[in-house]
Design a protein around this ligand. Structure first.
Ligand code: PHE
Length: 451
């Protein structure tokens, strides 16, 4: 079968942005800001995006476009006879691992779209949190919804690169941004909004010495940009040689970051307008507990709520597609499987892993009793893949591009056909020195502070 490719440059940008923008921005970012103590997390997050993630994204796309192959074979092609292919293999595993919990949360957004439509969301104070807890304690519903999300993802992937992924991604982003802006505007006028904004924007400097804040911010930055696991590499491999990489990557990073920040401008003012609100303890339920109460303050809130959760579900779908595409492309490229066979096998494997995520704490009592783990399976998966696997994948990508494949070859690919690429010297420095060193320090520091 001929390899797919994007129809246009815009097609690539939209698909990459569709991959990046998802639950990570609207569910993950505010949740992490809450856990990380507010604005200090935001500061560290932005530094990670600019200094670590953007340079690595350029490297990842360059590898993919150079090799026109999926991750394992890309690394093997560019450094034959070495073990670098293992860096690609880590990404293939991460794709499946992340999708297993991602599909569960995406399923919740589908359910909430339905609840908003039918007007059954509890919107009184306290009640919204209890509603969420009651809903998620119904394990069968979460499992069924995750299966629905996985089936929808598989259906799009069967359509291939152009017909499937590219078509689905278009037109949704502008609507999502407009809706977010409206909600942020509304949230800013609520009583208590100022306190929420202060929490979000005024950093508590003592948190800047906390290894867990750095680790979570780095993991969140990788997760939100779909980085460190070969997604951008795989999407880059469908990119034609004549497309400039730097301008496309910059657009994707800017859009992704803007949407995450915007989500914070909605959740924190709205959250703090609720009596007794504590952003730190809400965990994965934060947006599901806060947003219904925000919608309830709006005339026609049900319509807003429905539109919001539908868009969020679509944003999650375009990300899920990119997560599944990595193992699928791997099976096609490396093992010579047909696309349908690869899609079916990956869907079944991920679903098996999604079940314990959907069933939550009760189903995996062993984990919550292990000292230091004390978290449900979903949180465990999110932490292991986001905070460790992705930064490690990013570290390997940086070392690969900087030292194994080498920056001069990478720059040749990045600047092919005189493509716009500002400050190649600065980029080389970041990818060779700063990225590996900073990621290495954060990971070692995290482990050290566990002990
Ligand atoms: N970036 C996606 C989001 O923010 C999640 C994702 C992570 C997608 C890694 C692909 C790879 O929702």
């Amino acid at each position: 079968m001929a390899r797919g490719s994007w129809a246009t440059r815009t097609g690539f940008i939209l698909a990459a942005a569709g991959s990046a923008v998802g639950l990570g921005n609207i569910w993950g970012f505010p949740t992490r800001v809450g856990q990380g103590g507010g604005a200090a997390f935001v500061v560290v997050y932005l530094a990670c995006i600019a200094l670590i993630c953007l340079p690595i994204m350029l490297g990842e796309i360059a590898i993919g476009r150079r090799s026109q192959l999926s991750p394992v074979r890309s690394f093997a092609l560019l450094r034959p006879g070495t073990r670098w292919w293992l860096a690609g293999a880590l990404g293939v595993l991460a794709g499946g691992g992340i999708l297993s919990f991602y599909s569960v949360i995406a399923g919740w957004t589908v359910a909430y779209a339905w609840f908003s439509l039918t007007g059954s969301l509890a919107a009184e104070e306290q009640a919204a949190g209890e509603f969420f807890a009651a809903f998620t304690s119904n394990g069968a519903a979460s499992v069924g919804l995750a299966l629905l999300v996985l089936a929808a993802t598989a259906a799009v992937l069967l359509g291939g690169v152009r017909g499937g992924i590219e078509r689905v991604t278009k037109a949704m982003m502008p609507v999502l941004v407009v809706l977010l802006l409206l909600l942020a505007g509304r949230a800013a006028t609520l009583p208590g909004a100022a306190e929420g904004l202060a929490y979000y924007l005024r950093p508590d400097l003592s948190r800047l010495l906390d290894a867990s804040v750095f680790n979570a911010a780095l993991g969140q930055a990788f997760f939100s940009l779909s980085l460190g696991m070969g997604t951008m590499l795989t999407y880059g491999s469908y990119l034609s040689r004549s497309t400039g990489i730097a301008s496309a990557a910059l657009g994707v990073v800017a859009l992704d970051t803007a949407i995450a920040l915007l989500a914070g401008f909605i959740i924190f003012p709205a959250g703090f307008s609720i009596a007794g609100f504590d952003p730190g303890t809400s965990g994965p339920g934060l947006i599901f507990a806060v947003l219904p109460q925000l919608f309830a303050t709006l005339p026609g809130g049900g319509v807003f709520g429905t539109a919001f959760f539908v868009l969020l579900a679509i944003a999650a779908l375009t990300s899920a597609i990119s997560l599944m595409e990595v193992p699928v492309a791997h099976a096609i490229d490396t093992w010579g499987w047909s696309r349908p066979r690869a899609v079916l096998a990956v869907t079944c494997g991920v679903f098996l892993l999604a079940i314990p995520c959907a069933l939550g704490n009760g189903a995996v009592p062993l984990l919550s009793s292990v000292p230091g783990v004390g978290m449900d399976f979903l949180t465990l998966m999110a932490t292991a893949w986001n905070d460790f696997a992705l930064p490690i994948g990013g570290f390997l990508t940086a070392v690969f591009v900087g030292w194994a494949w080498r920056v001069d070859r990478a720059l040749e690919e990045l600047m092919r056909d005189r493509a716009w690429f500002p400050a190649p010297g600065a980029w080389s420095f970041l990818i060779r020195w700063l990225c590996p060193a900073a990621i290495g320090v954060i990971i070692v520091w995290t482990f050290a502070s566990f002990l």
